[in-house]
Write a protein that binds this ligand. Structure first.
Ligand code: 5GP
Length: 207
């Protein structure tokens, strides 16, 4: 378990149903904030067109994933759409100790597990599409899967939307630019939250 007094960094856990837009939001946030980092998960799913090993994910086979899991390399892991995904522990804890911001793009269950482990060091943000119809359209447009997988993803996405209440913040992604600046504002104002205050500085002010 981490030593609470030494934690200086923040982990920002961003979840949404597929098609909610969390990947685009994370990409833009990272472009605008060069000192923020992205947690690159390990997965057994196949690389999609345009993806690069070590950028979106670390792509491994099933046996490798199990080995890593056994060695305790993951802060959490889960099965999504019959593939395994795991959040590497080391890079995240290094950001937390050194200070800094790390974004994580994980599913709802992963988000809850990480919040339970990292408590105040972690902030959970849920991204909602503007409506069910838009969500279906976005998923269709993506067209990365065959019909069977598409249906599974769609029904999972529709039911996941109902889980927004488990998150500390919810942002509606009607317009990408607005959603990005809302998430950015949440992150940039976290240092004002009671639990995150720099008490030495505050005490110098209040005397
Ligand atoms: P995709 O295969 O479309 O990139 O991701 C499928 C789902 O897995 C997304 O909801 C994504 O947020 C989630 N995911 C990606 N990496 C992890 C991880 O390390 N842990 C968990 N719990 N979910 C993950």
């Amino acid at each position: 378990m981490m030593n609470k007094r030494k934690i200086k960094g923040k982990i920002i856990i961003i979840s949404s149903p597929s098609g909610g837009g969390k990947t685009s939001i994370c990409k833009r946030l990272l472009n605008r904030n060069k000192d923020w980092q992205f947690s690159i998960s390990v997965t057994t799913r196949k690389k999609r067109r345009g993806e690069k090993n070590g950028r979106e994910y670390w792509f491994v086979d099933h046996a490798d994933f199990l080995k890593k899991r056994e060695c305790g390399e993951f802060a959490e892991w889960c099965k999504v759409h019959s593939f395994l995904y795991g959040t590497p522990k080391k890079p995240m804890e290094s950001v937390l100790y050194k200070g800094g911001v790390m974004l994580l793009d994980v599913d709802v269950k992963g988000a809850m597990k990480l919040k339970k482990i990292y408590k105040e060091a972690a902030t959970t943000i849920f991204i909602l599409p503007p409506g069910r119809t838009e969500l279906k359209q976005r998923l269709k447009k993506r067209g990365t899967e065959d019909d069977k997988h598409f249906k599974i993803r769609q029904s999972r996405a529709l039911s996941e939307m109902k889980l927004f209440g488990q998150f500390e913040y919810t942002v509606i992604n009607k317009d990408l630019k607005t959603a990005v600046s809302e998430v950015e504002m949440i992150i940039k104002s976290l240092h004002c939250r009671k639990n995150n205050l720099d008490l030495e500085q505050i005490n110098r002010i209040v005397g």
